[in-house]
Design a protein around this ligand. Structure first.
Ligand code: PLP
Length: 798
């Protein structure tokens, strides 16, 4: 049905008629989307079945990637591209008078994630399938993904996201594979033939129903599976409040919980975590049993990866299965569990390291709690033997301490591999955060620098640049992205640089048009597009960017001979609904935009745009249009970042601190092709340790800083009263925990270098080319190959 455009057109029209009983003339764009989606899913299905059969018959080792988030975005065009039929379909549709972009717009983003962590999981699935690796995702089919953001009067307002409202063409419900998950109740111990048997009784049961989505590899017949669990009521037990039970059950897969907010919904969040783990493990274990009859070789055939600590209950849950269901001894079960499971750490921010209070955990998961307690007791005994009398160390390393369960400790102790997500992040894990664990288990720690799929973030989202690359260096880089390096000889190729400039300009015009449609604001596509898009968080320091814009504005107003190349500052960011400070910063950006964009004296030089509802589909229009990539986190706090990689691959230059993967970007492109500034991670951590920072000194000694701080609370922003006082206080009363003021001067200076470099266009385009050429390292294909060979020990199937 996709062999050529004529065959496609006939098949499409016939399917449209069959599905909707409508003639082409009466059909809507939505009808076209679902028609095409159904055709593509059907086209995928035979390869999907074959891939699964092949995995069964070869009994090859599989990896299961457990993640509480998968931020997939849209799938239609990505699937067409990976299947190699995008051009046929695009041309066929065009001849029918349909624009494929209009169809694409119908698809809702599958936004089952908050940010980088969930998007990483999606990129990894794409790489696994494209590398023909036997790897599958397990997640939750949230009815509502990350909230929709609207900006009203400059403030963020949240609306429930509704991606399933019109159905999801990519999923297949598998009610026959449903499993039960149990909560609450109590544990009974009975002795049987000299063994203790633990039985979980009087519990509440929830049914986990799988919805499978195909994960299509690029130019290959491999189709892996993303299995998302939906929570549904089990057959109603007698004598319960049916409506209440139904409500409580469905709540488990109703909402994605923002991970960086307050304490609300804690129990529900824990329920979600166990729900994911318990359903996924039953699935993994039952297919293994079917094939091998026992679980003694589980670790030879299965790798289970936990993406951060949210799925860490996989460790005690697997122990429960091996002990209670298989009757193994503790030592046998422990060996298999630790050899099966591996863990990625995503953060060292203390507020984001998961801890669960026993009083919540134990009643909800009584048998799992018993097992965690025993893991802790055995681990503490080991510590005692190794470090007799060193109570301090034992207390710090224990899994349970002060009535809290430390999930990261459980993950390190109960797995064979702990990895950080960039070199500098792994060093911080090894030598600071988890130094005691590293001393004890050095062989478990390793680094896997994150990556992004170049298929979505370059080939799909930037066809103009893709064509230029194809015409310049051929297509070897598509299968082997490190070969983008072949662009290096073209850094001095005038004809190439001119075409690169044209591509960037085209993409800036496309984004400018989009912004005009959404906001009514005209932006100049000859201005520098300076972009910061990511979650709004104090450590990411959107505030530093804002203060710099205010500083430029002040100079333009006050100094008649001060001039800069025109700049458009573009922001996109969702704030966690309960994150008071972050929401203030969103309002501040919008107030600044209002002021700057409407000032006749400055509006030709400065524009500030806040694009609402930042998400994957929007990101695909933003990265190709960026000149400058803002990666200005407080050093040591951004574990890796992946936005930084998407910008680089699209030829934007980074203004950044020496944090996360920025450090590796600098190593690759060299110091002349990046603008780094500010405190190093060591300096930041030492300042915390010594208390040797006083933001007030910067206020007193730098007149620019004093003016900017005062402008937050005087009448610079009219009619807002004391709205920004909390931001002022964060800087000057709470001693500026994220060193915004301390890094301000260095940031201004780095931005002056950016301005100077941009004015020299041949030089800028050369720098841009180096960034594209060196970005192949950040393909998630490289990352996944490393996980496959170092951690999972799995092999490609072709
Ligand atoms: C890549 C991406 C992120 C992560 O961005 P960082 O700058 O690494 O925090 C977040 N959200 C979306 C939609 C993304 O595409």
């Amino acid at each position: 049905m996709f062999s050529n455009k004529e065959v496609f057109k006939i098949a499409f029209l016939k399917r449209l008629e069959m599905l909707y009983g409508k003639s082409f003339e009466d059909s809507s764009t939505r009808d076209h989307y679902y028609t095409l989606g159904n055709m593509v899913r059907e086209y995928i299905s035979s390869s999907w079945i074959k891939t699964n059969e092949m995995y069964r018959t070869t009994q090859t080792k599989q990896v299961y990637y457990l993640s509480i988030e998968f931020m997939l975005g849209r799938l239609l065009v990505n699937n067409l591209l990976n299947l190699g039929i995008r051009d046929t379909v695009e041309v066929g549709l065009k001849e029918l008078g349909i624009n494929i972009h209009d169809i694409e717009e119908i698809e809702a983003d599958a936004g089952l994630g908050n940010g980088g962590l969930g998007r990483l999981a999606a990129c990894f699935l794409d790489s696994l399938a494209s590398l023909n690796l036997p790897g599958h995702g397990f997640g939750i089919r949230y009815k509502h993904g990350l909230f929709d953001q609207k900006i009203i009067d400059g403030f963020q307002v949240e609306y429930p996201e509704q991606w399933l409202r019109h159905g999801n063409v990519w999923e297949v419900r598998k009610p026959d594979a449903a499993v039960e998950v149990r909560f609450g109740g109590k544990v009974e111990v009975v002795e049987k033939e000299g063994r203790f048997i633990f039985r979980h009784v009087d519990c509440q049961t929830i049914t986990a129903v799988p919805y499978d989505m195909p994960v299509v590899g690029y130019d290959t017949s491999t189709v892996n599976t993303l299995r998302l669990w939906s929570a549904e009521p089990s057959p109603y037990p007698p004598g319960i409040d049916v409506l209440e039970y139904k409500r409580q059950t469905e709540a488990v897969s109703e909402f994605l919980y923002p991970d960086d907010t307050n304490d609300d919904g804690k129990i529900l969040r824990l329920k979600q975590q166990y729900f994911l783990v318990c359903a996924s493990l039953q699935n993994i274990v039952s297919s293994h049993r079917k094939q091998h009859g026992h679980l003694r070789n589980l670790h030879e055939k299965v790798a289970i990866h936990i993406n951060d600590t949210h799925p860490v209950l996989a460790i005690p849950e697997l122990m429960r299965i091996l002990l209670d269901e298989e009757g193994m001894t503790w030592d046998e079960a422990w060996k298999i569990t630790t050899q099966t499971i591996s863990y990625t750490n995503h953060t060292t921010l203390s507020e984001a390291l998961e801890k669960w209070p026993i009083y919540l955990f134990k009643p909800l998961l009584p048998r799992i709690y018993m097992i965690v307690e025993e893991i802790n007791e055995r681990f503490c005994k080991l510590l005692w033997e190794r470090y007799p009398g060193d109570w301090d160390r034992i207390e710090h390393m224990a899994i349970i301490a002060h009535d809290m369960i430390k999930m990261a400790h459980l993950a390190i102790v109960g797995s064979h591999s702990t990895n950080g997500v960039a070199k500098i992040h792994t060093e911080i894990l090894k030598h600071r955060e988890f130094v005691n664990f590293y001393t004890m288990f050095p062989e478990r720690f390793n680094s896997k620098t994150n990556g992004i799929t170049h298929r979505r973030w370059l080939i799909k989202s930037n066809p103009e640049l893709t064509n230029l690359l194809l015409n310049t260096i051929g297509d070897k880089w598509i299968k082997d992205p490190a070969k983008l390096d072949e662009l290096m000889p073209h850094t001095t190729d005038g004809a190439f640089l001119e075409q690169l400039s044209n591509v960037k300009h085209t993409r800036k015009q496309i984004l400018a048009k989009h912004i005009k449609n959404k906001t009514g604001i005209d932006i100049d596509s000859n201005s520098i597009f300076d972009v910061q898009v990511k979650r709004l968080h104090a450590y990411k320091r959107q505030l530093l960017n804002v203060l710099h814009i205010m500083y430029l504005y002040n100079r333009l107003k006050e100094e008649s001979n001060f001039t800069i190349h025109p700049r458009t500052f573009i922001f996109g960011a969702k704030a966690s609904p309960g994150y008071y400070y972050a929401k203030k910063v969103i309002k501040l950006i919008n107030e600044l935009a209002d002021k700057v964009n409407n000032d006749k004296q400055t509006k030709d030089y400065l524009k500030v745009i806040f694009i609402e509802n930042y998400r994957v589909s929007l990101a695909e229009d933003i990265f190709p249009a960026a000149d400058v990539s803002e990666q200005i986190s407080t050093a040591s706090k951004e574990a890796s970042g992946t936005g930084n990689m998407k910008f680089m691959m699209n030829g934007a230059l980074t203004v950044g601190t020496m944090d996360g993967a920025n450090v590796e970007i600098k190593e690759l492109v060299g110091e002349d092709n990046i603008f780094t500034f500010g405190l190093s991670a060591d300096e930041v951590m030492n300042l915390y340790a010594t208390g040797g920072y006083s933001s007030m000194e910067y206020y007193h000694h730098d007149v620019r800083i004093r003016q900017l701080c005062e402008q937050l609370v005087n009448n610079f922003f009219p009619d807002i009263g004391n709205l920004f006082e909390p931001i002022y206080d964060s800087l000057l009363v709470q001693n500026d925990h994220y060193f915004v003021l301390k890094d301000f001067a260095a940031y201004v200076e780095a931005q002056e270098r950016v301005n100077a470099a941009y004015i020299n266009q041949p030089q800028w385009l050369k720098m841009s080319t180096v960034n594209i050429a060196k970005s192949g390292f950040f393909s998630s294909d490289r990352t996944i190959n490393e996980y496959a060979s170092d951690i999972w020990k799995i092999h490609g199937q072709k």
